[in-house]
Design a protein around this ligand. Structure first.
Ligand code: ATP
Length: 262
């Protein structure tokens, strides 16, 4: 695959869930191409298909129409090639395992030798500033630290693509600000491609190079906004005119999507 080939390419993507109450059109005609090193946020009201899109990329759902390629492969093949790390809404750590044990387990399942497992666990914990917390259990850590541990687990495979489904939604604003800054720093350091689901307009605008606005019933993309903000973003950039004008456009897009529904 060439370095410029899209990491994710969706064309005419459709997904209809068959339910007892009839079909649910979770995604309709989604066309999106995401390039290497982009930070793309997905924002939209509950039920507009944000999680479903990420799950399709991760081969956890099968689209009912259209095409989807991840690193130029089918999502299934990309999953086998460990193309991505997935960070869930809640930290989803196993409470009976230590932080190191949580990160080590998938590495063990995938057959990494012991020495390499240990090296990777130590490295990713340092990356999320949790060095020294290896032997703690999840309940001994704050919510923000748990979420950092779950990011470390997703980083352990060195995948170039990170799929993050509302990872900071349950955290208070101060912790969220800090993790947003840390995530941007990590993105800058590693050059990974990040797909990030959020309900927060400021979070989407602060983090992203591109913002995908979605609306429900059927779930579809209603706007894609390129951010003019520089890659280096101190928190106070949120008071700048550029920031506020992108936030206003996202808000308008969300309103228009809801308006179209009624
Ligand atoms: N396994 C499933 N079976 C049936 N319907 C489903 C299934 N998964 C999702 N849906 C429906 O598909 C639509 C899109 O759901 P999805 O979870 O992708 O939305 P979302 O935008 O991520 O919402 P939220 O912001 O609340 O997480 C919703 O109407 C949801 O009820």
């Amino acid at each position: 695959m060439s370095a410029n080939a899209p990491v994710i390419e969706a064309s005419g993507l459709d997904l209809v869930f068959r339910t007892a109450d009839g079909p649910v059109h979770a995604l309709r005609d989604v066309n999106l191409s995401i390039g290497r090193g982009e930070f793309v946020s997905f924002i939209g009201p509950s039920g507009c298909g944000k999680t479903t899109f990420l799950r399709c990329v991760a081969a956890l759902e099968t689209p009912t129409g259209g095409r989807l390629a991840v690193n130029g492969m089918s999502p299934d093949a990309a999953r086998r090639a460990r193309a991505y790390g997935y960070v869930f809404q809640a930290a989803a750590l196993m409470p009976w395992r230590t932080i190191a044990g949580n990160i080590r387990l998938p590495l063990r399942i995938m057959g990494y030798p012991k020495a390499e497992r240990e090296e990777r666990v130590a490295r990713v914990l340092r990356m999320v500033e949790l060095g020294g917390f290896e032997k703690k259990y999840p309940w001994q850590l704050s919510g923000g630290m748990q979420q950092r541990a779950s990011i470390a687990r997703a980083l352990a495979f060195d995948a170039d693509l990170l799929l993050m489904d509302e990872p900071f939604g349950a955290l208070d604003e101060i912790v969220r600000d800090r993790l947003n800054e840390e995530l941007l720093a990590l993105w800058a350091r590693t050059g990974k491609t990040i797909c990030f689901v959020t309900h927060s307009i400021p979070e989407a605008v602060y983090l992203s190079t591109r913002i995908v606005v979605m609306s429900p019933r059927p779930g579809r993309v209603t706007d894609v906004i390129e951010s003019p903000l520089p890659r280096e973003r101190p928190l106070h950039i949120r008071e700048s005119a550029d920031f506020l004008s992108i936030a206003a456009r996202v808000r308008d897009g969300l309103r228009a999507g809801i308006g179209a529904e009624v």
